[in-house]
Design a protein around this ligand. Structure first.
Ligand code: DGL
Length: 273
């Protein structure tokens, strides 16, 4: 059993999970994060459930070697496809992003019309629809897969006319259905929030599941007496970042997103796990 001073494993197919890591760092700054981004195999969004579940198991096996005390699946696709299976196989707590995102959106909608943009895998799994229906069966949930968003984010095209045009096309259908809430159901998408906001306007609220995920993590650690008692700011113990490929490209991106120019990134052969 790991102790309260142990780190938290946070993982995604690439840079998207950094939006969740950033929120965890802000809400529970004493916690140390071991981040893994599967940059060799991104994007996950159009791959099968079997493949994604296999990848998830490998990443968890790697993070367990880092003696983490809890895991956060900072990826909707892995949360939708694999969490039910993998949580039965491990002895530490694991949190995904889909349930927290569904909860916030259901609480926020006024006209009971919610849009979800996500990968093909997440939309196809119907997870957001199911979780929201469990909370309020009168809410209409409209899903739209946006497979080009993840590669655009991985390429750093966050503020670009090409991204604007693609976003406009993806969102057209949902906007015509009069949604008042839009879930960014892929952890890469909050990095496109300014572009998305420009298109949906003031009447539609964007939901980033990261905030609620970090809040749930904090509550779970607190309830189980596992919050890190050390003040990390007073020590030099930093977060650690690992990827399966292109460590330097990831490092530059992460340093910008997390505003940490000293951040380092190491490459891991994830197929070995
Ligand atoms: N960021 C991930 C998600 O939340 C995966 C994106 C991808 O690799 O396609 O779904």
């Amino acid at each position: 059993m790991p102790d309260a001073g142990a780190p938290i494993g946070v993982f995604d197919s690439g840079v998207g999970g950094l939006t969740v890591a950033k929120e965890i760092m802000s809400q529970i700054p004493n916690e140390r994060i071991i981040y893994f981004g599967d940059t060799a195999r991104v994007p996950y969004g159009s791959k099968s459930k079997t493949t994604i579940t296999g990848f998830t198991r490998q990443i968890i096996r790697f993070l367990m070697t880092q003696k983490v005390k809890a895991l956060v699946i900072a990826c909707n696709t892995m949360s939708a496809y694999a969490i039910d299976e993998v949580e039965k196989e491990i002895s530490i707590p694991i949190i995904g992003v889909v349930k927290p995102g569904a909860r916030v959106a259901a609480a926020q909608t006024k006209n009971k019309r919610i849009g979800v943009i996500a990968t093909e895998g997440t939309i196809g799994s119907g997870m957001y629809q199911r979780f929201i229906a469990n909370i309020d069966k009168d809410v209409l949930v409209l899903g739209k897969a946006c497979p080009l968003f993840c590669p655009l984010v991985e390429e750093g095209m966050l503020d670009d006319p090409v991204t604007d045009e693609i976003a406009r096309r993806y969102l057209k259908e949902l906007m015509e259905k009069d949604i008042d809430t839009l879930i960014m159901g892929c952890t890469h998408y909050p990095l496109l929030a300014p572009t998305l906001k420009k298109i949906v306007g003031e009447k539609v609220r964007l939901v980033n599941p990261a905030y609620e995920t970090a809040r749930e993590l904090k509550e779970m650690l607190s309830d189980t007496g596992m919050l890190n008692p050390d003040d990390l700011a007073k020590q030099s113990k930093g977060h650690e970042f690992y990827v399966s490929d292109l460590a330097d490209k990831f490092r530059l991106f992460a340093a910008k997103i997390l505003d940490d120019p000293g951040l380092t990134t190491d490459k891991v052969d994830i197929e070995k796990y």
